[in-house]
Design a protein around this ligand. Structure first.
Ligand code: PLP
Length: 450
């Protein structure tokens, strides 16, 4: 039996789960039925089922059959709201209450006398003024070479990632991502039937030798890197490494998607990787983390050779991003208020990192010494399994994210990711971190003896 065949079958099944063809809790076809349908052998299907069982996408029950599990969805790792008074440490968003008044002022100003060009089907890639606001935003945090022509408007960074993955790769292609990465990237790849391969990292992010080997061996169509306050490790890639990574990208002529959504958190602006390789680099930013995720305002700088192609994708999928939202965002950027709001969030994040380090015994061991960002990637003590730790925290009203969702490939490490910003008050943050510290102090087997 060829290894690729059963992996192919597993991918087909996984895709059917992701696109709802096999909903959660549905009974899957028998080995024989599926083998017949997919023109393969029952043994190959059995092996595919085994693989998916190991990934916890499906579960077999003796005498009853094989069923789709509910794991693997983005909503399992990121909880959008605080449920029933629980503390939400699972979502990476700014401390929103600081931004309410400036944002509503900007909307009032933008819509006072709603100009017609905000109300119709404007240019599909956005008005030049709004694009220029994006250029100013990205430039402030280290991107050079942006202009109204090469900067396109997208509905947040997630849309930017999805757009580029769909436009630059095709089903079955391989995408190289950091070995632990933002689950939103892997969710797009999974839904779009692209393989992911992990890029080795050290304390400075993706390694040059690791990138070279992966590009040589797997020939990915696309490399995705989050260079600042990486989600989840918190690592920021220094400029020397960025330059070296750019050299590998240029040498191998592979597309780079640089998602610098956390660039505004850097102590000083750091040149984007894209600056060193503008002909292959697509640079994404967004206002979600500094101002509000509800704006859905993101910007992508595109190499000139790909502009028409990417614009056509935007036009086909959404026609255009909401000009009204961009009008408010542009006012904030043009007046300089957006940068002040970003600075305020950065200061809150730094303070909250200090609080977390004081309360959590294992925080020092995390890479967090290099992170002043929104989150903490916390290694768990010996014996604690990450999903179990998340369940225990949840039963104590603290929502956190299991490390299992962040790994691009198999790993034995056990981590949890904690967002330090979504809980509204410092008091709430301290309470929730204290609950976690108490849980961490218990040997795993006393909490979960079976
Ligand atoms: C690395 C990374 N990229 C993209 C996003 C999504 O951003 P947006 O809200 O702008 O779509 C997130 C959100 O957590 C993220 O961490």
């Amino acid at each position: 039996m060829s290894e690729t065949k059963y992996r192919q079958i597993a991918r087909v099944i996984e895709q059917r789960i992701d696109n709802g063809h096999y909903p959660v809790d549905t009974k899957l076809p028998t080995h024989r039925q599926l083998a017949l349908e997919l023109d393969t052998t029952p043994a190959t299907v059995a092996k595919a089922y085994q693989l998916l069982t190991e990934k916890q996408r499906i579960a077999s029950h003796v005498g009853r059959g094989t069923f789709v599990c509910s794991t693997g969805s983005l909503s399992d790792v990121i909880h959008p709201t605080e449920e029933d008074g629980s503390y939400n440490l699972s979502i990476l968003q700014p401390c929103l209450h600081y931004n309410v008044a400036p944002l509503s002022r900007a909307f009032q100003q933008a819509t006072q006398t709603l100009p017609l060009d905000l109300m119709g089907y404007t240019e599909h890639s956005g008005l030049a003024r709004h694009r220029m606001a994006g250029v100013a935003w990205a430039k402030q945090y280290g991107l050079v070479g942006g202009c109204a022509e090469n900067t396109l408007l997208v509905d947040g960074a997630q849309h930017g990632l999805s757009l580029l993955i769909h436009a630059l790769t095709k089903p079955g292609d391989t995408i190289a991502v950091e070995e632990v990465t933002y689950p939103g990237i892997m969710a797009i790849a999974k839904l779009a039937d692209r393989h992911v391969v992990g890029l080795p990292m050290d304390q400075q992010g993706v390694t040059v030798s690791g990138l070279t080997e992966v590009v040589d061996q797997y020939k990915p169509s696309l490399v995705v890197i989050v260079p600042s306050h990486q989600n989840p490790t918190g690592i920021t890639m220094p400029v020397e490494r960025r330059e070296q990574i750019a050299q590998v990208i240029a040498r191998h002529k592979v597309w780079l998607v640089e998602d610098d959504i956390y660039g505004f958190l850097n102590e000083e602006p750091i040149p984007a990787i894209t600056n060193f390789v503008p002909e292959y680099g697509f640079h994404i930013t967004s206002l979600s983390k500094a101002i509000s995720p509800a704006l859905r305002c993101g910007f992508v700088k595109v190499p000139s050779s790909q502009l028409a192609h990417i614009e056509a994708h935007i036009r086909t999928n959404i026609w255009l991003s909401s000009p009204i939202n961009y009008a408010a965002s542009s006012l904030l950027i043009e007046s300089g208020e957006a940068f002040a709001l970003a600075q305020k969030q950065k200061e809150i994040a730094q303070k909250r990192q200090r609080i977390a380090h004081d309360i959590l015994p294992t925080a020092e061991a995390a890479t967090s010494s290099v992170s002043q960002g929104y989150h903490l990637w916390l290694p768990l003590p010996q014996g604690w399994q990450q999903d179990r730790f998340v369940m225990e925290a949840k039963s104590r009203d603290v929502l956190i994210s299991s490390g299992s969702y962040f790994h691009a490939q198999e790993s034995r490490d056990h981590h949890v990711r904690l967002s330090l910003m979504a809980v509204a008050t410092e008091e709430g943050l301290k309470k929730s971190l204290t609950i976690l510290a108490e849980l961490l102090a218990k040997p795993a087997e006393t909490v979960f003896p079976f």
